[in-house]
Design a protein around this ligand. Structure first.
Ligand code: AMP
Length: 611
């Protein structure tokens, strides 16, 4: 089955796509049968959209397939993870060792009164214990809710309160750019207003971190609770985890996923997108605080039985060569990263990757925002050197796995996200749901996106249903997009970021790409501000490459550069220079903060702001 996913050409992939399209249920059922079940399913798909149920009468546990199965089949001594801290110290976990730790910690959670269905909040840095905690929850059927360890106390409090979590697992500190992040202190402040929460603390600083009598020491729990801890029998549609994501309006949404659908769909899409195989080393630079971390650092790689490198810290500290050094040291085969990182590499220059041996690298994939052609070309020339492709993947928290993209072997079109992956039906439609023709901008919608997609918004069915009601018959992604003659999808930005200048819809991403096409620009962000004449005027913010100096003259040159590239309608009325942008912890520029700086007004939810 697996080999069929490794399409090697456009024709091959298109054929697979049509085959799956012809009978998606058969495709997913086949994929599902490759996993171990405590009770096999007899129904593949039931229920009506948006409340579909996959493999409904089956019973399984995702850890059975992510851990036990590999140990049973002789992979116990294979490395599941190589964890690196900021200083480069490594800790290796084989599949056997990971299973043992997960069972011990699962038993500990049970002994502390955590039961199937209880929510457990995990607020931890990128250390092995965070992964063990997530897997231990899944093992006993508790629903983990990971909160990114860069978020502050208010964000943490809101997420614990909204999910009515019974437990909180944290660490005393995280490390970022050589400095301590006082996680426990933040967690304590969040817990101040909450009662009766089971609190577990990983003491990275040992005795230097005092615990009060009601708190439990992570390390001690691991030591004193013996394995085994059998996998809790989970019905397919039982919740696996919750992950909060910011909405444009209202408080963050707790996106909920189901056990079996996620277990079957995520590794399938992961394999389709990267062709990663047993024996390969995979390095994803995301964080468990995001969906990419859940799917491509925790569950996807373990379900496929591969080896992952996990690193705590930022990609340019202690120096901008650190990522390439890790690739050289561990002979990484596939790097999964984000456009922000690629643009950062570009800013520091080709001498950094050139210093290291990256021969082991077979493929690089980037996801999360538009991969602008300039950065793509820079990477292809200086790092890829005609050998290592850089492929785009589009997905969202809600879709749980790569959804649209360029599979290996498929011709890329820089600046375009790519094609829907097998099992996905995507289209660009107008507000009434009419399918638009080539190069007509509209709403990106999905009809099918596989068994892994989200099942709800925790405690808020109306908010869940809203995704499917805005344009009846579709899941609306809130991205503006455009198809071309060959069906490649180009993302123009979030629909809420779309500018309307004199009646012309202009994607922020398009203008930003144009600015970044100028040799001196490292990063660009544009926002629309109200303009009496044009409806909206474009204001541009720019971060220059190292060594370039801001000046009025340069601002004018950038404006005429955009005018030349995209036409006068798209040229910014002003260019402002910044040292760096306000970004979310996942690296997305927060345009609404830039906008609020210009025109005042509400900053909105800033809980995901990096700084
Ligand atoms: P999140 O749910 O935080 O992962 O953000 C999902 C959003 O990121 C999407 O709705 C897009 O706006 C954007 N996004 C993700 N991947 C891509 C991509 N490859 N190209 C363009 N935008 C992307």
């Amino acid at each position: 089955m697996s080999e069929r996913l490794l399409t090697s050409s456009k024709e091959d992939f298109d054929r697979l796509y049509s085959e799956v399209q012809g009978n998606p249920e058969a495709f997913w059922a086949n994929r599902a049968r490759a996993f171990s079940w405590l009770k096999p399913f007899s129904q593949v798909l039931s229920g009506k959209p948006p409340y579909e149920r996959w493999f409904e009468d089956g019973i399984t546990n995702i850890t059975l397939n992510a851990l036990d199965r590999h140990v049973q089949f002789g992979l116990g001594d294979k490395r599941a993870y190589i964890f690196l801290d900021e200083a480069g110290n490594e800790k290796v976990y084989t599949y056997k060792a990971l299973l043992e730790a997960v069972q011990r910690f699962g038993a500990a959670l049970k002994n502390l009164g955590i039961q199937k269905g209880d929510r457990v909040c995990i607020y931890m840095p990128m250390v092995p214990e965070a992964f063990i905690a997530m897997l231990a929850c899944a093992r006993i059927g508790a629903v983990h809710s990971v909160v990114y360890a860069g978020l502050g106390k208010e964000a943490l409090f809101n997420r614990i309160a909204d999910s009515k979590a019974k437990g909180l697992i944290t660490a005393d500190v995280g490390y970022r750019r050589g400095k301590e992040v006082p996680l426990k202190e933040i967690a304590d402040q969040a817990l101040d207003r909450l009662k009766g929460i089971v609190s577990i603390v990983l003491r990275r600083k040992g005795q230097l971190t005092p615990l009060n009598p009601s708190e439990h020491d992570f390390g001690e729990l691991l030591l004193k609770n013996p394995a085994p801890c059998p996998p809790e029998p989970m019905e397919s549609e039982d919740s696996l985890f919750i992950l909060y994501t910011s909405g444009t309006t209202g408080p963050p949404k707790g996106v909920v996923y189901a056990n079996a659908g996620y277990m079957v769909g995520v590794p399938t899409m992961f394999e389709l997108a990267t062709h990663v195989q047993r024996g390969e080393v995979f390095f994803c630079t995301s964080d468990i605080g995001w969906i990419v971390g859940h799917s491509l650092q925790v569950y996807g790689p373990l379900l496929l039985g591969i080896t992952s490198v996990i690193r705590e810290g930022t990609p340019d500290w202690p120096d901008p060569g650190v990522l390439w050094r890790v690739i050289e040291r561990y002979r990484v085969n596939v790097l999964y990263t984000a456009p922000t990182a690629v643009r950062m590499f570009m800013k520091y220059g080709p001498e950094w990757p050139e210093r290291y041996n990256t021969e082991s690298l077979r493929l690089t994939v980037s996801a999360g925002e538009v991969m602008n052609p300039q950065a793509w070309e820079w990477f292809t020339e200086h790092v890829g050197k005609g050998r290592i492709p850089l492929l785009d993947n589009w997905w969202q928290t809600e879709t749980a796995a790569p959804t649209i993209g360029i599979p290996p072997g498929y011709p890329a079109k820089p600046g375009k996200a790519g094609k829907p992956f097998p099992g996905v039906q995507a289209d660009v439609v107008d507000d009434s749901g009419r399918s638009l023709g080539p190069n007509e901008p509209g709403n990106l919608v999905l009809k099918d996106s596989g068994p892994h997609r989200f099942r709800g918004i925790y405690g808020n069915p109306e908010r869940f249903e809203r995704y499917f009601k805005v344009i009846p018959g579709f899941y609306v992604c809130s991205d503006a997009a455009m198809k071309d003659e060959e069906g490649y999808i180009q993302i123009l930005g979030r629909s809420d970021d779309i500018l309307n200048v004199a009646g012309h819809r202009i994607g922020t991403a398009e203008v930003e790409n144009a600015l970044m096409g100028h040799g001196l620009v490292a990063e660009a962000a544009v926002v629309g501000i109200p303009d009496e004449l044009k409806g909206e005027a474009i204001e541009a913010f720019v971060v220059l490459k190292q060594g370039a100096l801001p000046s009025e003259d340069l601002a004018l040159r950038l404006i005429s550069h955009v005018r030349e590239t995209l036409g006068p309608i798209a040229s910014p009325s002003e260019v402002r220079f910044m040292e760096r942008f306000p970004k979310t912890r996942s690296g997305k520029v927060m345009r609404r903060i830039l906008k609020a700086q210009l025109i005042g007004g509400d900053l909105g939810d800033t809980s995901t702001l990096e700084d």
